[in-house]
Design a protein around this ligand. Structure first.
Ligand code: NI
Length: 177
C-alpha cells in the first residue's frame, strides 16, 4: 500500500463521471482501497474518493474518529462505499464548512441535505443501506459528489463564504482538509 499523490482542482479527471465497480473482493480493489486509506490518513482527511488519486471508479472511503481536540465533534464510522446512490429524505438543507484534499488550504460554506439515505456495497459486495443526518450526511454527499465530477466549490451559493483556511479561521486549530 502507498500514499498516492492527490489530484488538485483543475485536473480534468476530477470532473469526470466515475465508472461503477463490476467485480468485488479482487486484489485490484483491495489495493486501491489500501492506497486510498493510506493517503487519507497521511493527509488527515475525513474522506477520499478514488478519482482524487486518479482512478475514475465509484469508490469512496470516509470516517471520523474521536478527536480529543474536538470532543464535541460528531464521529462517523469508517466506511468503504462502492457504487453509491444517495436519496435525500427531505428538502431541508443546512450550511456547513467544507474542505477537500483536492482544494488544499481552503474552506467554503456549502449547503447539503440534512437527512439522507445512502445505499451501495462494501469491498466484498455486501450491501450497505443507512439513514443518516448532519455531519455524517454531509461527508457522504461530499465524497459521492466526487464520483459525479463535482467539487464542493461548485456547490457554494455565497462566495463571500469561501477562502483560505488560515485567513477565515486565524485563531483556530482547524483540521487539515
Ligand atoms: Ni473532497
Amino acid at each position: 500500500m502507498a500514499i498516492r499523490p492527490v489530484l488538485r482542482m483543475g485536473e480534468p479527471l476530477l470532473l469526470q463521471q466515475a465508472a461503477p465497480i463490476e467485480h468485488f473482493d479482487t486484489p485490484e480493489l483491495h489495493a486501491l482501497l489500501g492506497d486510498m486509506r493510506d493517503t487519507m490518513q497521511a493527509m488527515n482527511g475525513a474522506g477520499i474518493a478514488a478519482p482524487q488519486i486518479g482512478v475514475s471508479q465509484q469508490v469512496v472511503i470516509f470516517g471520523v474518529g474521536k478527536n480529543p481536540r474536538y470532543p464535541d465533534a460528531e464521529t462517523v464510522p469508517y466506511t468503504v462505499l462502492i457504487n453509491p446512490v444517495i436519496t435525500p429524505l427531505s428538502e431541508a438543507k443546512e450550511d456547513g464548512w467544507e474542505g477537500c484534499l483536492s482544494v488544499p488550504g481552503m474552506r467554503g460554506l456549502v449547503p447539503r441535505f440534512t437527512r439522507i439515505r445512502y445505499v451501495g456495497f462494501d469491498e466484498k459486495g455486501q450491501p450497505i443501506d443507512r439513514v443518516v443526518e448532519g455531519f455524517h450526511a454531509r461527508v457522504v454527499q461530499h465524497e459521492c459528489d466526487h464520483l459525479a465530477g463535482i467539487l464542493y466549490p461548485m456547490r457554494i451559493e455565497d462566495f463571500t463564504q469561501f477562502g483560505y483556511t488560515d485567513v477565515l479561521f486565524p485563531n483556530q486549530d482547524v483540521q487539515d482538509d
